[in-house]
Write a protein that binds this ligand. Structure first.
Ligand code: NAP
Length: 259
């Protein structure tokens, strides 16, 4: 399928591995030039080299913490007026409701709510001027169905979801589409670290923890970054111009809801 975005440009935040990398690769496969970002320079540059070599697009690596103002400025300096923005950052740590203090919430809000909002504020004006733009925010299935131990994530992502619900409708008339992708369990390092949490909390092996979590998914397995990236690229395609402010679950059926 021709996604119609060959030659366009995209910033993909938090993309040296995992779901962000899946999105970057799928956009590169569609012919999009990229700025990709993560905090650790080595793995990020390696990913940039691999994607550029495989898909023949231009990939610029910007090592920076996207949850900081300086980090966002560095990323935007490399590509001030992208056609496409994919917002992503690491997820907050698990815990119990009584563990978290104001500082913990501020960190989660900075990474998973205020950073994507700041990035949108920076790039939406030029997208609207051009009359075309796509923004995809990577959030979580926890937006639809809370994951109790991820209270920091549940809270921060709910805030971003509310912002997108209104903002997407304010910019849609200018040809700019903002949507959220809600991952369920995917086979990334983040999933491994959450498997580890289950294994140590229950005194079981990693394989047992993974099997236990996979059994909660009707599809019977974790998702892949390639599947996730393919949906991201479609949401960024010319065919997705009538999809506005949606929250799209990619969870193998894990959220047990009719709508
Ligand atoms: P991952 O495999 O751990 O990859 C995270 C990526 O983000 C890495 O490239 C990491 O590189 C980068 N990163 C993290 N914090 C950053 C920051 N502050 N600034 C810039 N880059 C940053 O994680 P993932 O599984 O792809 O998850 C991506 C997002 O989806 C997370 O918010 C996660 O909570 C959410 N999610 C994931 C799942 C799942 O099953 N995988 C399910 C629901 C929600 P550096 O460490 O070098 O910065």
């Amino acid at each position: 399928m021709d996604l119609g975005i060959k030659g366009k440009t995209a910033i993909v935040c938090a993309a040296s591995k995992g779901l962000g990398r899946g999105c970057a690769e799928a956009l590169a496969e569609a012919g999009v030039d990229l700025v990709i970002n993560a905090r650790s320079a080595g793995p990020l540059e390696e990913t940039a080299r691999e994607i550029a070599a495989k898909y023949g697009v231009k990939v610029t690596a910007v090592a920076a913490d996207i949850s900081t103002e300086e980090g966002r400025a560095a990323v935007l300096a490399a590509m001030p007026n992208p056609d496409i923005l994919v917002n992503n950052a690491g997820g907050p740590p698990p815990g119990m409701w009584h563990d978290w203090e104001r500082e913990d919430f501020i960190k989660a809000l900075d990474a998973n709510m205020l950073a994507p909002i700041a990035m949108m504020k920076a790039v939406l004006p030029s997208m609207m001027d051009k009359g075309w733009g796509r923004v995809v925010n990577i959030t979580s299935q926890s937006v639809k169905s809370p994951i109790a131990v991820l209270g920091l994530s549940n809270s921060a992502r709910a805030g971003l979801t509310g912002y997108v619900a209104g903002t997407s409708r304010q910019v849609a008339g200018s040809g700019v589409n903002i949507n959220n992708m809600l991952p369920g369990l995917h086979a990334t390092d983040r999933a491994v670290s959450l498997d580890q949490g289950v294994a140590s909390a229950q005194g079981i092996s990693m394989d047992e923890a993974k099997a236990q979590r996979a059994a909660t998914i009707p599809a019977g397995r974790y998702g892949t970054r390639e599947e996730f990236g393919a949906m991201c690229a479609f949401l960024c395609s010319t065919s997705a111009g009538f999809i506005v402010g949606q929250n799209i679950l990619l969870d193998g059926g894990a959220v047990n809801a009719t709508l």
